[in-house]
Design a protein around this ligand. Structure first.
Ligand SMILES: *Cc1c(COP(=O)(O)O)cnc(C)c1O
Length: 373
């Protein structure tokens, strides 16, 4: 058995190519849009599916110093590669994990009074400085305004807490002109004034477009860094992730032949059908498939778009290669599932979801290649 290669060296059905120079370029673009505010990076969800460690290393080398993960385990992974970065844990403090936060120098984003108290009880006020998350209308995480007022008025508590950031999160910044955004901006400005001298942070990717009154001292872009859309009416930055699937079979089928489960799709003409070794178990969503009732997502081969044919299976999908250059349509070739030719948001749209979900769902069955950076 000891002669078997590591799993990562075995053939994979797909490959993910991550353009680290595009990632870094996107971070620089955001930095150039926020004036004097600091551009941090949100790297939760394994850096939106592209791989936490390589993404964080590239961003750090470009000058990014503050990172946001969701959970302590992301923080511990990140600390192993970035000894001097500031690392915030967005989902806050988890009881019993005090020693881990201390050892890995993780800063919790404290989102309730109970969490503030638990953090201080476990770390005795000697841990890292923390961020205080105040709710301004999303009703997900965050102290209420009254709780924030009480914390701000308690000098003894503040001395132990040493807040390094006061933050809130926008619920609707991707919907231009949504009234809740103006309300959240107003509430945050008020709440932030309770903590003089503490840097403020409100902006996600979409907030970057909203100008200096939303930037405060630090912006927290996620999706924009990874080259997907943050709002329907804004162009994305440079694509970062390209997902390709391997052609494992190419079949000629007659007009009228059914392709895939449920015979939901029938070829209208004699067709060349390519079977790609990527399916919904790889995070390529089943709802992106095609049927006689309507087209599915596009894929691409050699930079030319080709449509999906039939339903997406667990580990495979089919593409109609009839109009593609025959020399590319051979067993062992590669089909782009999203990337430069087919934007990730377009595939997500066909699957009834958003780029965030498609990217973070792509899993780890792919060969991964990191280029640039
Ligand atoms: C995910 C997240 C972000 C980044 O959001 P994007 O829309 O991906 O830019 C910023 N702040 C908080 C609190 C988040 O949870």
């Amino acid at each position: 058995m000891d002669t078997l290669p590591p799993l990562s060296a075995l053939p994979s059905g797909g490959r993910l190519t991550v353009d680290l120079s595009a990632l870094v370029g996107n971070w620089r673009t955001i930095r150039s849009r926020v004036g004097a505010a600091e551009a941090a990076a949100v790297v939760k969800g394994d850096a939106y599916g592209i791989g936490l460690e390589p993404a964080a290393r590239a961003l750090h080398a470009a000058g990014c110093r503050t990172f946001f993960v969701a959970l302590p385990r992301g923080g511990v992974r990140l600390r192993a590669v970035l000894p001097d970065a500031v690392i915030y844990v967005l989902n806050g403090f988890f009881d019993g994990a005090g020693p881990v936060y201390t050892a890995a120098r993780l800063r919790p984003v404290l989102g309730s009074r109970a969490e503030v108290d638990a953090w201080l009880a476990e770390t005795g006020g000697s841990g890292e400085p923390a961020a205080i998350h105040v709710d301004t209308g999303m009703n997900r995480l965050g102290l209420t305004r009254d709780e924030a007022v009480a914390v701000a008025a308690d000098a003894g508590l503040l001395a132990r807490l040493r807040p390094a950031l006061v933050m809130s999160h926008l619920a609707c910044a991707d919907a231009p002109g949504h009234p809740l955004t103006a309300e959240q901006i107003r509430r945050f400005t008020e709440v932030r004034a309770l903590f003089p001298g503490v840097p403020g942070s409100l902006s996600n990717s979409a907030g970057v477009d909203l100008g200096p009154e939303v930037h405060h001292d630090l912006v927290r872009p996620g999706i924009a860094l990874y080259g997907a859309r943050w709002a329907a009416d804004r162009p994305p930055l440079e694509p970062v992730a390209t997902l390709e699937g391997r052609l494992i079979q190419v079949n000629e089928v007659p007009a009228g032949a059914a392709v895939g489960y449920g015979a939901a799709f029938r070829a209208e003409r004699p067709s060349r059908i390519g079977i790609v070794s990527v399916g919904y178990a790889d995070g390529y969503l089943r709802r992106a498939g095609a049927s006689d009732a309507g087209p599915g997502a596009s894929a691409a081969i050699g930079g030319m778009r080709v449509p999906l044919a039939g339903r997406v299976s667990m580990d495979m999908l089919a593409v109609d290669l009839t109009d593609a250059p025959a020399e590319l349509c051979r067993r062992g070739g590669w089909v782009e599932l999203f990337g430069r030719t087919v934007p990730v948001d377009e595939v997500a749209g066909h699957a009834g979801t958003i780029g965030w979900e498609l990217l973070t769902g792509i899993g780890d069955r792919y060969e991964r290649r990191y280029v640039g950076g």
